[in-house]
Every structure is written in structure tokens, then in C-alpha cells.
Design a protein around this ligand. Structure first.
Ligand SMILES: [Zn+2]
Length: 453
């Protein structure tokens, strides 16, 4: 079997991946806080998780992929109030939108998708245990994690304690023993969501949610924890501290995988810059597979720059791949193994640019008439969620401003009738009319097919 190598953020090196149990690989990814539509930055993390879990499923007999939903958060409370809707209405709606957008992107769903609000008891138990063990303390209705109680705090993100305390992201509060201490539990006002606890009615801090849910569904020790590089500190550092302190002798995640950020037109995406893009914004202008391919154009640890030209270029690349499949005709790839070079590229820390270069080589051979290469192309593409359509459907594409499929079919029928009646002038006029609207007709032995330019 090809050895998978991953860059582990904690070891700061590319290391061979050795699962705790080769019969069952366990992966946890931080999921969305559900108060708004998912954007391209979210999508990059989700796509990295998708490629990683698809590959793991190729390599190992069983994979459990857990990705949570954070459905209690002050951002949610504020947005629901601003929208004049209940928290439940907002979180149900945005969770459904998140699922719909990821399904549209050909993402495989997680095996388990726990919601924070369904796991409050687990969080309360963990917090109580951390207090018992001297790693947390109660102060003015809050429970705080005592960073000083955990000597290896900072080891994951590589920050030392002074740097952490000096950091602008550390919230200073009079009840903290140490400015770096972070909230495990906080009191709720009557208007805020809350649950009864030994420390009064309140709600969990964000970090403890993931510690509790990963423990409940994957155990004290599991294989891979992933997310965007923006989560490395403080979120993942704090998850690690909570879990290792709560379960002495445990290892928590054995490998930490972090994807780099995504830029839009060379700039950090932000609503104030006006380059903020949701998944829906992009899919309104380009096909799903083009967006997937564009996102795979950089290895996940490199910064990725999204541009509309890049999306168009990805679409043209897919035109080439689909043309290669079309040239080969019907292909049966059931049970076909992955080409070694393609698998090796993915196993090299998910080197998707190299994997795409392999797809190009297969397409070149397929276009030259090599049917085996076309089958390799199809099985490889589908492994990473590409080439999921029939070539004909791909080339028909989406109507956009052009004529609908029904209009095209009606004109093709009219043209056929004109030809039968030997009215070749009318038949040619119809062909030209469609051509001017971006639709090309091709007459073959089994009738007329069409494609959009
Ligand atoms: Zn998390």
C-alpha cells in the first residue's frame, strides 16, 4: 500500500501517517458556526477534509469522519435578534443551507455530525472534571481554564506564554487569575440561551464544545484533527489543553492538519473590501466541478488565490478532460484501481496540483486514442469529486443567458423536419441561429447532439 504522508502542525514536519487502529481511522474537523451562508474560506477547509477523507477511505477499510455543528454562540444570538427570528429558526435554516451548499459541491457528508446543543451534558461533565483536577476554577459565574496548570500550553501553535498574554486576542477580565485563561462556561442572562449547571444557568465556551464532542464520538485518542489555519490558535490550542488535562495520559489528536487561507483577487476576503464570496455567489457564475478544481489548484498548505479568470481556466481544463472521456466512449471503471502516480501524488500530503498534472497526462493519452488512459482519468477524477457527469451533460452545461434545453430540442426537431422536406435553407438558418446563441450542433450516426460553447 502507498504510504500516506501528512504535514502535522504539532511536529511541524511531514510525517508518515500511522493510524492508531488500521482497521478504523478516526477524523475530527471543526464544523461551521451556523448563522450565515458558508463562504469560500469555509469551503476550502471543507474541501480539504473531503479530499483527505476520500483518500483515507481508499486506503483503509473504515473511516469515521466527525464534523460538528456549532449552534450556540454569541454571534448566533446577535444575528437571530437582528433578523427578528428565534435562535432555532436561524440555526435550522443556516444548517440546511450549509448542507445544501456542501452537497452541491459534491462533498461527502460526515459520518457523524454532532450539534453542540445536543452535547451540553458532556461539556458540563468535562468542565466539572477539569475543576476537580485543578485545571479550571470558578469565578463570578464563569469557569475558566487555568493555563498555568498545563505546562505544554502553546506547544501546538508554537507560541510561548508571554506572547499569548501579550496577544491582542486575549480578553482581559478582572476575574481571571491569568490574562491567558480562557472561558469554559459563562453565565447567561434571561434573554440568552442557557442550561442549568453546577455554576448556575449558563452556556459553554466555544473551545470546550469540540473537546466534548470529539471525546464522545471518537474517544480520548484519535487520529486526525483538522481545520483552517485560523483555528490553530486559540481554538485548537485550547481544545488540546482541555482534553489532555481532562484525560491524563491521553494523546488527543495524533496528527493536526491545517489548511492555509484563501484570498480573493489577491486580498483577504472581507465584506468591507467588497470581495466577500459565498459558495452560492460562485456557483451562480460557474460549474461546481470548476470551483472544486480551482480550489485543488494549490496544495492545501499554500495560500490559494481565487479569481474569476481562474474559475474560467478551471472550466476549460474540465472541457479538455470531458473531451478526452467523450473520445473514448462508454467506460466501465467499476473496481478499477487508481493509477499509481495519481495515488502517490495524493498520498504526498494531498499534493493536488501534482494529482491534476497526472490527470492532464491521462487526458493527453486518452485524446490520442488510449482508452485505458481514459478509464484511468475517469476513476482518478471521481476519487476527488470530479468528472461526475456524462460528457454530454457537461458540455450542455447551464443555460445562463442562452436558450433552454427545451428551446434547443424544439429547434433541432424543426431543423430535422426542414431537412426531410429538403428545405436546406431553413435547416441551415436554424443551425446558424443556435450557433449565434452559443450552441453548436453535431450530426452523428445516432442523430444530432449539441453543446454550449
Ligand atoms: Zn473545534
Amino acid at each position: 500500500m502507498t504510504q500516506l504522508t501528512l504535514h502535522d502542525s504539532q511536529r511541524r514536519a511531514n510525517v508518515p501517517f500511522q493510524p492508531l487502529d488500521p482497521e478504523h481511522v478516526r477524523v475530527y474537523y471543526c464544523g461551521p458556526t451556523v448563522y450565515d451562508l458558508p463562504h469560500l474560506g469555509n469551503l476550502r477547509a471543507m474541501l480539504t477534509a473531503d479530499i483527505l477523507t476520500r483518500l483515507l477511505r481508499r486506503l483503509y477499510p473504515r473511516v469515521t469522519f466527525v464534523r460538528n455543528i456549532t449552534d450556540v454562540d454569541d454571534k448566533i444570538t446577535a444575528r437571530a435578534a437582528a433578523n427578528n427570528e428565534t435562535i432555532a429558526q436561524l440555526t435550522e435554516r443556516t444548517t440546511a443551507e450549509f448542507h445544501a451548499d456542501l452537497a452541491a459541491m459534491n462533498m461527502l457528508p460526515p459520518d457523524i455530525e454532532p450539534r453542540a446543543t445536543h452535547n451540553i451534558e458532556e461539556m458540563v461533565r468535562m468542565i466539572a472534571h477539569l475543576i476537580e483536577l485543578g485545571h479550571a476554577y470558578e469565578a463570578e459565574g464563569h469557569v475558566l481554564f487555568a493555563v498555568a496548570s498545563f505546562p505544554s500550553y502553546g506547544a501546538l501553535s508554537g507560541r510561548d506564554t508571554d506572547e499569548l498574554v501579550a496577544g491582542a486576542r486575549v480578553e482581559v477580565a478582572p476575574y481571571k487569575r491569568d490574562p491567558g485563561d480562557f472561558v469554559l462556561w459563562k453565565p447567561s442572562r434571561p434573554t440568552q440561551p442557557g442550561w442549568d449547571s453546577p455554576w448556575g444557568r449558563g452556556r459553554p465556551g466555544w473551545h470546550v464544545e469540540c473537546s466534548a464532542m470529539s471525546h464522545r464520538y471518537l474517544g480520548e485518542n484519535f487520529d486526525i484533527h483538522g481545520g483552517g489555519s485560523d483555528l490553530l490558535f486559540p481554538h485548537h490550542e485550547n481544545e488540546r489543553a482541555q482534553s489532555l488535562c481532562c484525560f491524563p495520559g491521553s494523546t488527543f489528536a495524533n496528527y493536526w492538519v491545517h489548511n492555509a487561507m484563501l484570498l480573493v483577487d489577491g486580498e483577504k476576503m472581507s465584506k468591507s473590501v467588497g470581495n466577500f464570496l459565498t459558495i452560492r455567489d460562485v456557483l451562480a457564475r460557474g460549474p461546481v466541478e470548476a470551483l472544486r478544481l480551482l480550489l485543488m489548484g494549490a496544495q492545501y498548505r499554500s495560500v490559494l488565490n481565487f479569481t474569476w479568470d481562474g474559475l474560467e481556466e478551471a472550466r476549460r481544463t474540465l472541457d479538455r478532460f470531458y473531451r478526452a472521456l467523450e473520445t473514448a466512449g462508454p467506460l466501465d471503471v467499476e473496481g478499477r484501481p487508481l493509477p499509481a502516480a495519481f495515488l502517490a501524488a495524493l498520498c504526498d500530503d494531498l499534493n493536488t496540483p501534482l494529482a491534476i498534472a497526472e490527470l492532464h497526462a491521462m487526458a493527453t493519452a486518452a485524446l490520442a486514442g488510449n482508452k485505458d488512459a481514459a478509464a484511468d482519468l475517469l476513476v482518478s477524477g471521481r476519487t476527488i469529486g470530479l468528472l461526475m457527469q456524462e460528457p454530454e451533460a457537461w458540455f450542455r452545461g447551464e443555460a445562463g443567458d442562452g436558450p433552454s434545453e427545451d428551446e434547443i430540442d424544439a429547434l433541432i426537431a424543426e431543423r430535422l423536419a426542414a431537412r426531410k422536406a429538403k428545405d436546406f435553407a431553413r435547416a441551415d438558418a436554424i443551425r446558424k441561429e443556435l450557433f449565434d446563441k452559443g450552441v453548436t450542433l453535431e450530426d452523428g450516426p445516432s442523430g444530432t447532439t449539441w453543446r454550449r460553447a
